[in-house]
Structure formats: C-alpha cells, structure tokens
Write a protein that binds this ligand. Structure first.
Ligand code: UDP
Length: 325
C-alpha cells in the first residue's frame, strides 16, 4: 500500500510514517518543517520506501502526483497547540482551512476513490462543561472573538469541508477527533503539558501548573493513536464518520505533575501560574476533556495498550538521554 502523510515530519505524522514503513508500506511525507523537524524522520530518510518533500501544502506542486499514486492519505498538516495558536491566529485560520480544502480538491479531481483520514480535534467540542464527550454531543463555542477558539473553528471548518466533498464528490473520509496525545517526538515548544512537565521534572525545575490544577485531561500514547487511525482507515463502515480517538483514563493536571515528579524521582515543586502569566492573555480553560470511545471500539475493536505510567517512564528516560547528549 502507498500512504501519503501531510505534516509527516510532525509529532503524530512521523509516527504514522514509521508505523506504515514498519508494516512494509511505502510512504510519501510532505511537510514544510515549520513545526515538524527533520530529526523526527531522520532514520526513515535512508529507507527506499520513504520519500520526503519539504513543501507547503498550500502550494506544493507535487500534490496531484502524490495523490494519484496513493491508496491512503492522512492529512495531519496543521498549526496546533494553544501557545502556537495565540502567537499567530491569522496563520491558523489560513493554513488549517485552505490546506484541507486543497487536499480534498486534489483527491476529488484525481482519485475520488482514495481513502482520506483527517485530524480533527477534541477542541471542537468547545467550551462545554460536560465531563466526557461523545461524537453526537452539541458543540458550544464562545462568541466575542476569544482567539483560543480560532483553532476549534478551523477544525470544525475542516469537518464540514469533508462532509461537503463527500456529498458533492463522493470522496471517502474518516474524521478523527484526536484527544490529548503524548509520546516520543512531542515538543514542549508549543506549550503542551506533558513535554513541559517531563523537562521540568528531569531538571528539578519548578513544574508550571496553570490555574489551580484541578482541570483534568486524558492522555493517549501516540503509538496507540496511530494503530487506531490505521484501523479506522481500513474499516469501510468508518467512512463518513466522526470518531473520537484517545484514551479515556483521566487525571488532574496537578495529579499529573505529582505523578511525573514521582516517576522521575525529582525534587521539583509545583509552581501555580495564572493563565495570563502562562499565555499572555486570559483564556477559557476546559475543565474536563475525556473521550467516550464506544464508537471507536465498536467500529474497530480498538483498545489502547499504553498505560500512562509506562509512557511517562519512557519519556523520562528519553529526556535523560537527550540531556546527556
Ligand atoms: N498546562 C499546565 N502547565 C503547562 C502546560 C499546560 O498546567 O506547562 C495545562 C493547560 O492549562 C491545560 C492542560 O495542562 O489545562 C493541558 O494543556 P495542553 O496545552 O497540553 O493541552 P489542551 O489544553 O489543548 O488540552
């Protein structure tokens, strides 16, 4: 099988690429390296079944050719991370929507039979005070131009673009609503909590807990995420469906800080910070973000294999290794 991964030098995209290479598939990655890195795909560059194109998906001339050869496309290229989104919301609006439209247009024009999976986000559930989220739940967005929500709006626009192209051009799309994903190659540069806490704990630095730390999250190891995405893409009945992808084990952010400090044998203490200190502006915090996974399970039989403690131990060991280099 030939697989195209947009954003394939990024965190989740590079894991999709290595997963498919390991299964004997050939993989084409396109990435502009704006947030993805060559380091993420370095070991793959030697593999004859792997091709890398450094290009912006908005203008990449090779897109139609790549789609014409593909059996499957994963569209992962996007600007993500609350800090990164607040840094340049204009770029988020432009790239996250236009990029997806360009992919769908190429597929509709050249190969409407190709299987496409797009990365949506749990962020689309918006400012919803539910304790967990099912795909059929209503979406609640804040009015008043609070910029945090521009990312959710782009991902929602991508979902509706998918439905429009399915309806008018008959293309095959699975919409994966990804919940908090963690694992090797995730950078702390854009404010994600686990890489931040791991770095702080390993270096015995204060651990920056935003707000009061009672907000909860559910973290899925990326090595589980890619299995779920592959299963969804291979399941014909998942076509045209929105599906939550994640792990439903939940803990508070303060609990996470304590757990990471304990697993790392760290002397770090917690440093509570307001959202204004953390993000430079007031943001709407989401108090709980836990996926209901019954749809994913009934479509594919998928259950996550990575326990949070195992992932954290792995990340702590990797951080120690990179500090020594
Ligand atoms: N967070 C934190 N300290 C950090 C980074 C993030 O307390 O150094 C909090 C953040 O406010 C949020 C949670 O951790 O409540 C998860 O943040 P992340 O940006 O990783 O994901 P998201 O908010 O998109 O779920």
């Amino acid at each position: 099988m030939h697989v195209v991964v947009t954003g394939g030098a990024g965190f989740i995209g590079s894991h999709l690429a290595s997963y498919h290479l390991a299964r004997g598939d050939s993989v084409t990655v396109v990435d502009d390296l704006s947030t993805g890195t060559l380091k993420n795909i370095l070991p793959m560059l030697q593999n004859p079944a792997f091709q890398f194109h450094k290009a912006d998906i908005l203008v990449w001339e090779g897109l139609k050719h790549a789609v014409s050869r593909a059996d499957r496309v994963y569209h992962m290229a996007a600007i993500v991370g609350v800090k990164k989104v607040l840094e340049d919301p204009r770029a988020v609006m432009a790239i996250n929507i236009a990029g997806t439209e360009r992919i769908f247009r190429a597929v509709a024009d050249i190969r409407p039979d190709v299987q496409v999976t797009i990365a949506s986000s749990s962020e689309v559930y918006g400012f919803n005070t539910n304790s967990s989220f099912s795909e059929s739940d209503d979406i609640i967005l804040r009015s008043g131009g609070r910029l945090r929500w521009c990312y959710a709006v782009t991902k929602l626009a991508d979902e509706f673009l998918a439905y429009s192209f399915m309806y008018k051009s008959g293309i095959h799309v699975v919409i994966a609503r990804l919940f908090n994903t963690i694992g090797p190659r995730q950078t702390g540069k854009y404010g994600m909590v686990v890489p931040n806490f791991i770095h702080q704990a390993v270096n015995n630095l204060p651990m920056t807990v935003y707000g009061d730390g009672t907000q909860t999250r559910s973290f899925c190891d990326v090595r589980d995420t890619v299995v779920a995405l592959d299963l969804l893409a291979s399941t014909p009945s998942a076509n045209g469906e929105i599906v939550n992808v994640g792990n439903d084990a939940e803990l508070s952010i303060l609990g996470l800080a304590k757990l990471i400090a304990q697993r790392a044998g760290s002397t770090s203490c917690q440093k509570f910070m307001s959202y204004v200190e953390a993000y430079g502006m007031e943001i709407d915090e989401i108090s709980h973000r836990r996926p209901v996974l019954s749809k994913l399970h009934s479509l594919t039989g998928f259950k996550p294999k990575w326990d949070l403690r195992k992932t954290l131990d792995d990340l702590i060991a990797l951080e120690r290794g990179s500090e020594r280099q």
